[in-house]
Design a binder for this molecule. Structure first.
Ligand code: TRP
Length: 346
């Protein structure tokens, strides 16, 4: 039995980094028919662990993220798409898992450590934030997911989940399933750089192309992209490595794009070679990248626009998904309580 669970915090609309890093792969997995069940969770409760004063941000991004999902091709007929906070069983599971984890173990979680620094919490770390790896273990185990497609930064969460599962199964009964991470298949997919050349595309850095961006926004953003700072004149030799324009081409460009948009070159290797020799301007490469991104994002945006006309239907879909997810989580919780011997009225 292969059961997939993954999710996103609804703190903003999804962008090209999410698309190459996870969404595209999820859609492929969904359509492969190789998996028995797929759960996609909008992790609003986790988003609230550092947004307690900003409920509206989290609230308003639930439908945005759901629209991004559907626009990319996730389908409620093949995947259960649900909202974390609407499955209260997840809280109850977390409460029991908390007894299986020490404070010092949580303090060692490198992702949480890093996030605490980034957010400048210093000594004022919200308890909910500090313990979110435990709640993430509940998210995963409630559905008995054995496969969790995530980025590399989430590996410590999967490891903590595995430890919790082992503790639980050893202390009580063998009820929970140890999950494995599925990482992006290549390094570009695991981290798309920002338009500004920053290591990561991220909303807080303002260096993103969003799936919902209009075609003019995309064009302007591509034109403004950071390239090789040593490539001043067209004749100058240029660097393609760590040059975001070429990194994006590595992620999106296929040979047929040359035939369609830049027939002077047979493939990306030749384009790169010319850039490296000198004599190829950034403007031309950006124009080509723009064509490719427009081509890739147009169908997504168009689908998104249609779906966005009926937000009621989006919430209806999420309600159905949440009910389905809740039924599964309730079954696991029941097994958990039985294993622990706290189903007193049985
Ligand atoms: N922590 C994940 C993120 O920030 C979101 C998430 C919450 C998640 N629960 C999960 C991912 C369970 C995978 C499995 O992106």
């Amino acid at each position: 039995m292969d059961i997939i669970l993954t999710g996103d915090r609804p703190t903003g609309r999804l962008h090209l980094g999410h698309y190459v890093g996870s969404l595209k792969r999820r859609v492929e997995m969904q359509n492969s028919g190789e998996y028995d069940k797929i759960f996609i969770m909008i992790a609003d409760a986790q988003a609230l662990t550092d947004n307690a004063d900003n409920i509206n941000k989290v609230r308003s991004n639930i439908s945005e993220v759901a629209l991004d999902y559907l626009a990319c091709g996730l389908s409620p007929d093949k995947a259960t798409i649900f909202i974390q906070s609407q499955v209260p069983e997840l809280c109850e599971l977390s409460f029991y898992y908390m007894n299986l984890v020490t404070v010092s173990r949580l303090q060692r979680n490198p992702t949480v450590k890093n996030e605490i620094q980034l957010r400048g919490f210093k000594q004022s770390i919200p308890v909910g934030f500090f313990t979110y790896p435990i709640s993430q273990a509940a998210d995963i185990t409630a559905f008995k997911a054995n496969l969790v497609p995530v980025g590399e930064d989430q590996l410590p969460m999967i490891e903590q989940t595995r430890e919790i599962v082992r503790s639980f199964n050893t202390l009580y009964q063998n009820v929970l399933v140890e999950p494995n991470a599925i990482l992006p298949s290549n390094s570009i997919c695991s981290r798309l750089p920002g338009l500004d050349g920053a290591a990561k595309m991220s909303k807080s850095l303002g260096n993103c192309i969003y799936l919902a961006d209009g075609s003019n926004d995309i064009k302007k953003k591509v034109q403004s992209m950071y390239t090789d700072p040593t490539h001043l004149r067209v004749e100058d030799p240029g660097h393609t490595e760590n040059n975001p324009v070429f990194v994006y081409l590595d992620a999106f460009c296929k040979d047929e794009h040359f035939a369609a948009f830049l027939p002077e070159y047979p493939n990306l290797d030749e384009l790169k070679a010319h850039y490296q020799r000198g004599g190829l301007g950034d403007g031309k490469v950006k124009k080509f990248l723009n064509e490719i991104l427009q081509n890739e994002l147009r169908p997504i945006r168009e689908k998104r626009e249609v779906l966005a006309n009926d937000v009621g239907a989006i919430f209806e879909m999420l309600k159905n998904g949440s009910e389905k997810a809740q039924a599964v989580a309730a079954q696991t919780l029941d097994e958990v309580k039985t294993a622990m011997g706290i189903n007193y009225f049985r």
